[in-house]
Ligand binder design. Structure first.
Ligand SMILES: *Cc1c(COP(=O)(O)O)cnc(C)c1O
Length: 334
């Protein structure tokens, strides 16, 4: 069986690196949406909780229900707000406020420039009034950066706008509100951190996506993808492998089939610029639904041990390579 190997020490190393930036692990909220970026929701929730994290972020209530007992507080990014002892729900629009059930604990997301989700800057006053009128309990106010991982001014003017939102919320009489804006790139680049939480995803899983001019933080990949041998055969020079026969053996060679394919969420890629595994083995011919072929006789091959390297070969980003991997692949913690 293909499997995903989760390295606990590397995960804890990354969390420690982030704690150095935030000042304490109490300020880290681990983002576990989308099956914990493909690492396995329950697996990563347990590890994070054993490390001592008490805050988590998920996409919906269904995800929150699967990890409920492991955290004090779970922020749900995109689901209807209902009363819940542990979950806090993100309000992305005035419509979300109108839909929320009285008694729900909520966080207001403010659009400071990403223009994807969140309440417009000039709707904040109105939103705060409606939150009170609908008897919702406001726990926090947040925003999201559109370009924390890029040089340029956007990060700075969004920060400034968020500061003005904080002032507005405070002057509207709300106290004891938590404020947060940082994702991985933002916390990795910042020299000083004075907010209440950081919502950290990709950095916890081992990747610093900042461009070169920033001082790199030493992070370690948490995930390794391993495939197991199904069969081995000897090919004569000129014999072809897989659908369409795109690969022709340039000499007599020994080739094995391994149990990973696009049905498992592995990218089909380009046969004529083949993906090269972590051990330097090019995938031969087309990726099938459940199989790949490589020149090896080993029982197991490491397909990748660094999703960022794999993503570069596949013309995408580490996030996509990891989240695409099927939840049915076994996750094994070492
Ligand atoms: C996914 C997400 C994050 C985490 O982003 P990373 O770049 O993976 O750290 C933080 N905040 C919000 C609102 C998100 O949707």
């Amino acid at each position: 069986m293909a499997k995903i190997i989760i390295n606990r020490d590397n995960f804890y190393h990354n969390l420690n690196q982030i704690a150095l930036k935030t000042g304490s692990k109490e300020k880290i909220s681990i983002v576990l949406k989308d099956n914990a970026y493909g690492h396995g929701l329950e697996t990563m929730a347990s590890l994070a909780s054993e490390f001592g994290l008490t805050h988590a972020v998920v996409r919906n209530l269904k995800e929150a229900d699967r990890i409920r007992e492991k955290f004090d507080d779970i922020l749900v990014l995109g689901d209807r707000a209902v009363p819940d002892k542990q979950c806090v729900f993100t309000l992305n629009s005035l419509e979300d406020i109108a839909r929320a059930k009285p008694g729900a604990r909520v966080e207001l997301k403010v659009d400071t420039g990403m223009h994807r989700n969140g309440i417009a800057m000039d709707e904040v006053g109105d939103a705060l009034k409606q939150i009170g009128a609908r008897q919702l309990e406001l726990v926090g106010v947040m925003t999201h950066f559109r370009a924390a991982d890029e040089m340029g001014s956007a990060f700075f003017w969004q920060k400034k706008r968020f500061e003005s939102v904080k002032a507005k919320v405070r002057s509207a009489g709300f106290s004891d509100i938590r404020f947060h804006s940082h994702n991985s790139a933002a916390i990795l680049r910042s020299g000083s951190f004075d907010e209440d939480l950081v919502r950290v995803g990709i950095a916890a899983y081992g990747y610093d996506e900042l461009p070169d001019p920033f001082t790199p933080t030493p992070l370690k990949p948490v995930m390794q993808l391993v495939a197991s041998k199904v069969a081995t055969r000897r090919l004569k020079k000129g014999e072809r492998v897989g659908y369409g026969g795109d690969f022709a053996a340039p000499r007599d060679m020994t080739v094995s089939t391994y149990d990973l394919g696009y049905g498992d969420g592995w990218c089909r890629g380009n046969t004529f610029a083949p993906f090269v595994t972590a051990e330097g083995l090019p995938i031969l011919g087309r990726v099938s639904m459940d199989f790949i072929s490589v020149e090896s006789e080993k029982d197991e091959i490491v397909v990748f041990n660094d999703a960022q390297d794999a993503a570069k070969q596949l013309g995408t980003i580490s996030y996509e390579v990891m989240t695409a991997l099927s939840k049915d692949i076994e996750r094994v913690v070492v």
